[in-house]
Design a protein around this ligand. Structure first.
Ligand code: GDP
Ligand code: MG
Length: 234
């Protein structure tokens, strides 16, 4: 297996659909019940790079996530459920602090999943496919619910994150560009989400590679390297 060049992590409350989003993107399908305990990450080949995409493996539910989870991440996908306001609030209250160990130039995306359950979905589909002459058939509209979290709320959170990270709005991608609404169930905007992020991660990978491996100094190697250099008796 090739060593990953860059790391992307999914964060967010239990049940918002993190595993389903990753599964939809990598396996091209949706299953109503997928074991949330399982694989830690997927590898995605993106151009010449290998990007690892990390899932929480269900640990957000029982044990919390350690600081290792986001360590060195080039991108963090903060995920909430558009029908559950609390899941957006949790991103700020519980999950944002976990990103302290991410790369200093890490990019943040905020993703509202499960839009297929809302009464706005038909409209979103229509907008996404304006070339289509006829309006989509909005069957079973009665089962749809009023969306609880709006894109503006996600944009507001994005701006709070910039404050928390002490970043200037001018130096980072615009909030509107980094707030997404998706459906892992139908696949709506799932490819767009991941691929937008991968494109943005490439310059970070290049910088990380130019700077060499992070901070950790291996004393054993350092010593032996020095000895070889000075041409010691060996
Ligand atoms: N309707 C709908 N259900 C979803 C969607 N994404 C996930 N789910 C369901 O929500 C539940 C939790 O999903 P899961 O991916 O396990 O969430 P995780 O705990 O964040 O990994 C499962 O029953 C999924 O089938 C979606 O986009 N639309
Ligand atoms: Mg999961």
């Amino acid at each position: 297996m090739k060593k990953p060049d860059g790391k992307v992590v999914l964060l967010g409350d239990m049940n918002v659909g993190k595993t389903s989003l990753l599964h939809r993107y990598m396996e091209r399908r949706f299953q109503d019940t997928i074991s949330t305990v399982g694989g830690a990450f997927y590898l995605k080949q993106w151009g010449p790079y290998n990007i690892s995409i990390w899932d929480t493996a269900g640990r957000e539910q029982f044990h919390g996530l350690g600081s290792m989870y986001c360590r060195g991440a080039a991108a963090v996908i903060l995920t909430y459920d558009v029908n559950n306001l609390q899941s957006l609030i949790e991103l700020e209250d519980r999950f944002l602090a976990l990103t302290d160990t991410a790369s200093t130039d890490c990019i943040f995306a905020i993703v509202g999943n499960k839009v297929d359950l809302t009464n706005e979905y038909a409209l979103l589909l229509e907008r996404a496919d304006e070339s289509r002459p006829e309006k989509p058939v909005t069957s079973c509209i009665s089962t749809k619910v009023q969306k609880q979290v709006h894109l503006d709320d996600a944009v507001a959170l994005y701006k709070k994150i910039l404050k928390y990270k002490m970043l200037d709005e001018k130096d980072v991608p615009a909030a509107e560009k980094m707030c997404f609404e998706t459906s892992a169930k139908t696949g709506y905007k799932v490819d767009y989400l991941f691929e937008t992020i991968f494109d943005m991660v490439v310059p970070i990978i290049l910088r990380q590679q130019a700077e060499g491996p992070p901070q950790t100094v291996d004393i054993t190697n350092y010593k032996s390297a020095k000895r070889t250099k000075s041409g010691c008796c060996a």
